[in-house]
Design a protein around this ligand. Structure first.
Ligand SMILES: Cc1cc2nc3c(=O)[nH]c(=O)nc-3n(C[C@H](O)[C@H](O)[C@H](O)COP(=O)(O)OP(=O)(O)OC[C@H]3O[C@@H](n4cnc5c(N)ncnc54)[C@H](O)[C@@H]3O)c2cc1C
Length: 450
């Protein structure tokens, strides 16, 4: 049985799909939208609070971001903050923690000090902390288990009064709830609706789910996480991309060791956040360390049945082999991959991880931490066959033919409202509808309110 024709159909109810659903409902004059989600509720994969690091990445302490990238993420991160303040979600879904990135040793300390000077133009609230400051505000960074102070030089750059942390699952739930308040628009959600087939005929998209339900739409946006590229390939799009799923795991402490978020200087060659430690909002603020990075031959972390999907989206050929060869040639990357593999091995993993985590907390002991079972997710990193390079960050395939596919590794949760805004504009242009940008800016863009 075929349902009516929706103007827009969103595939995937993680934070990206939910944010788009909200913006379409709130800021456009569309009349009917629908969202199809594979599982029985929204945000159970990477957008779940236990899957990611819960950080609102605004570019101030992400040491691998250029000033330009920082400016871009700052804008989208502020949208999360303004959205939450608009609805009174502070201290419920969005939280303030002290945060900093630390440099250890001569080179990193010089790097961090220079970066502080450069970045405080964009982030005037940034502070530079020396060892004595850190002793007071984040003492676990300084003292070992015998109470002796750290020998190496250390500096921190950070802030004490910013919104830093979000429960992205809870946030996704609010996007859906608030979107459904618009009675002038049909806003339908279908759960347990895994899309298996999309076809375009006579300017309409025909979408089918695994259990045989059929939908029609004028426009489709796939926000299906690591499966977006899988769906794109099925339709013959994005064939110059392969995908490498990088799982991230965590270790958790049995107590609150760190006052706030502590990141380390990031290796610019690696597309993943360096190891960090912070209070986990799902673990009663006890400290969580991670994430690790491990190639996993599946597209969903704790679900079965996506091994074949991995092989299909990898699209293994000589270009992909060349990308792997170039990556493995670099000893930094080789060692990183090996260490991260060891982190997952019982017994040895914890010992190896402890050594790395002690760079942040010198007093950390074996009995203080354990592997956080069930925590973590998968970042689908894009391999560009044309440039023969691993792409750092997010990607979007806009076919220009009424269907868009979004791939959203970190910081995709932070940038969900910004990415959705980009797509809302495209959707309205394609369907000849209106986007109320003035209202959007007033509600969600910094400097446009009050
Ligand atoms: C270890 C780790 C740490 C991270 N830390 C951070 C962080 O601190 N801050 C940050 O901003 N970002 C972080 N990220 C990235 C962030 O989690 C993701 O960018 C974000 O959750 C992506 O959201 P999404 O909605 O695009 O994808 P997902 O959350 O993966 O959602 C995709 C949805 O699509 C559904 N779906 C898939 N296939 C189909 C289909 N065929 N039919 C219907 N539905 C389908 C899935 O069931 C799922 O609900 C981290 C990621 C990882 C793995």
């Amino acid at each position: 049985m075929e349902t009516e024709t929706y103007e827009v159909l969103i595939i995937g109810g993680g934070i990206s799909g939910a944010a788009l659903f909200y913006e379409l409902s709130y800021y456009t004059n569309l009349t009917s939208i629908a969202l199809l989600e594979k599982y029985s509720e929204v945000a159970t994969l990477n957008s779940n609070a236990t899957a990611n690091s819960q950080t609102i990445h605004c570019g101030d302490i992400e040491t691998n971001y250029t000033l330009d990238k920082a400016r871009h993420v700052q804008r989208t991160a502020k949208m999360i903050e303004k959205y939450c303040l608009q609805y009174g979600y502070e201290d419920k879904i969005m939280f303030k923690h002290q945060k900093m990135a630390i440099g250890i040793g001569y080179d990193e300390c010089r790097f961090m000090t220079k970066r502080y000077e450069e970045f405080r133009v964009l982030y005037p609230y940034l502070e530079l902390y020396n060892k004595e400051d850190l002793e007071k505000i984040e003492p676990a960074l300084i003292f070992d288990e015998k109470g002796r102070g750290r020998n190496e030089e250390i500096v921190g750059v950070g802030a004490k009064d910013q919104y830093t942390t979000a429960n992205f699952k809870a946030l996704s739930d609010t996007f859906i709830e608030n979107a459904k308040q618009n009675e002038a628009m049909q806003t339908d959600i279908f759960f347990d609706a895994q899309v298996t087939k999309i076809e375009k005929r006579d300017e309409l998209f025909y979408v089918e789910t695994k259990d045989g339900r059929k939908f029609q739409a004028q426009m489709v946006v796939a926000n299906a996480g690591a499966h977006s590229l899988f769906l794109a390939h099925q339709m013959g799009y994005g064939l110059d991309y392969g995908q490498l799923p990088m799982a991230g795991s965590f270790y958790k402490a049995h107590k609150r060791i760190l006052v706030g978020k502590v990141y380390m200087v990031q290796n610019p060659k690696l597309p993943f956040a360096a190891l960090h430690g912070d209070p986990d909002i799902t673990l009663d603020e006890q400290t969580r360390f991670g994430p690790t990075a491990l190639v996993l031959p599946k597209l969903e972390r704790f679900r079965s049945g996506t091994y074949l999907d991995f092989f299909k989206t990898l699209r293994l050929d000589s270009n992909i082999v060349k990308i792997f060869y170039d990556l493995l040639k670099d000893s930094d990357i080789r060692n990183y991959i090996l260490r991260n593999f060891i982190f997952e091995v019982p017994y040895f993993g914890k010992r190896a991880f402890l050594r790395d985590a002690r760079k942040i907390v010198p007093s950390l002991q074996m009995e203080d931490i354990e592997y956080a079972k069930g925590f973590g997710g998968v970042r689908g990193q894009i391999l560009n066959k044309t440039t023969q390079k691993l792409m750092l960050g997010e990607a979007s395939i806009d076919t220009g033919e009424g269907i868009i596919f979004n791939m959203t590794p970190s910081p995709g949760a932070t940038s969900c409202l910004g990415n959705a805004q980009r797509d809302v504009k495209k959707i309205c242009a394609y369907l000849d509808k209106e986007f109320d940008e003035a209202r959007f800016d007033q509600d969600l863009v910094e400097g446009e309110q009050e």
